[in-house]
Write a protein that binds this ligand. Sequence first.
Ligand SMILES: C[S@@+](CC[C@H](N)C(=O)[O-])C[C@H]1O[C@@H](n2cnc3c(N)ncnc32)[C@H](O)[C@@H]1O
Length: 230
Amino acid sequence: MSRKGAFLIDLGERWFRSGGAGWYPGLYEWFFSKTRRGTILRTREEEVVYEMLTTVLKPGHSVIEFGSGTGNYTVPLARRCAGMVTVEISEEMNGYLRDRLLREGLTNVEVRQGRVEDGAAGKFDGALAMGPFFYVRDLEDGLRALASALKPGGWAIFGVPLPTTEGRIFAANETLARRRVYLRPPGETLESVERAGLKVEQTGAVGTSREGLTLVIQASVRVLHDARTC
Ligand SMILES: C[S@@+](CC[C@H](N)C(=O)[O-])C[C@H]1O[C@@H](n2cnc3c(N)ncnc32)[C@H](O)[C@@H]1O
């Protein structure tokens, strides 16, 4: 590669922030509650996520949520399950979530700082990850880490961004915010899910366009049967 090419690649790498820097909880909440695009996106995504949750979530379940952000799903989930752990890369988002949980009087949520790619200590009945896989370079690795936090037969619901027009516009906007988004064709995503030891149960595309922005996937951890018992 030419020196100019290497320089441009290096510049590109430096543009993107690493870790959890650059997330502003107030701005995030404003976008999803006050803008037309944000409220439509939120409503359509919630319809699909809650529909999937009704098929898997039981009151006695322990749930892990990766990329919990400002707690849009944490608060209603915590009210419907036995206990939760959240793993979120941004300290700003975690600070906002802790205050929100206090205001809501919810005491069954442990808020941790971390990355979905690193998994989490403990074994949970279910996992939710709406958002973090947009920013994970190696999806299969990230999904393996998520699966490792689940009990055999446990459920997972997560979103992966699509290479649609809406996805490309979103990724370009995120580039301006110095966040790198990894768009993936649905077939590639579903292969990664299966290779990570998860079984796809159902999928749904959500967004403001017909093609959508996010592929939401509900999957379960494969239960390996001992051949001698068959
Ligand atoms: C689009 S927001 C979604 C927040 C929340 N799940 C929701 O639906 O409102 C994505 C969140 O994932 C977090 N995040 C990004 N990369 C992550 C990673 N590798 N591990 C854990 N969290 C991550 C961000 O800090 C952000 O709070």
